[in-house]
Design a protein around this ligand. Structure first.
Ligand code: SF4
Length: 133
């Protein structure tokens, strides 16, 4: 018999497209082609923030990850991340099912989008530039 009090706590979910103010992990760099080049193994967000210039928002050049803030985020539906759902659905509509090879990223074990949308999230993820406005 299981006892809820003795269940391990669920892992903290990470948002793979978080603004700099909430960032803890340097997830990747935006290439000139607009794709994400993932950084593995994980580096702290400060590494990206230290390289960012004042001329453009850091989020337009880097992808940052941080703890999912659930109801404090406008994309939270009350039960899951609406942005991850939308990204995965629209990418599948355009490109079809996700390829077998997933990008190597540093947060898959705890990623909110991957936990909820599976491989389809990863296929869409490398095309995402965070809009921090
Ligand atoms: S969606 Fe996939 S590729 Fe993007 S951060 Fe999450 S696990 Fe990594």
């Amino acid at each position: 018999m299981t006892d809820a009090a003795h269940q391990p706590a669920p892992p903290e979910r990470m948002c793979p497209s978080t603004p700099a103010a909430n960032a803890t992990v340097f997830l990747g760099m935006i290439t000139p082609a607009g794709r994400v080049a993932y950084v593995t193994p994980a580096l702290p967000a400060e590494v990206a923030l230290a390289q960012a210039g004042a001329d453009t928002p850091v989020e337009s050049r880097y992808r940052l990850a941080g703890p999912c803030v659930t109801a404090k985020c406008g994309f939270w539906t009350g039960a899951h991340c609406g942005l991850g759902e939308r990204m995965a659905a629209s990418f599948q509509e355009v490109a079809g099912p996700a390829e077998d090879d997933l990008p190597r990223c540093a947060i898959r074990r705890t990623c909110r989008w991957y936990a909820e949308q599976g491989r389809a999230a990863c296929a869409a993820c490398s095309h995402v530039v965070t809009d921090a406005r």
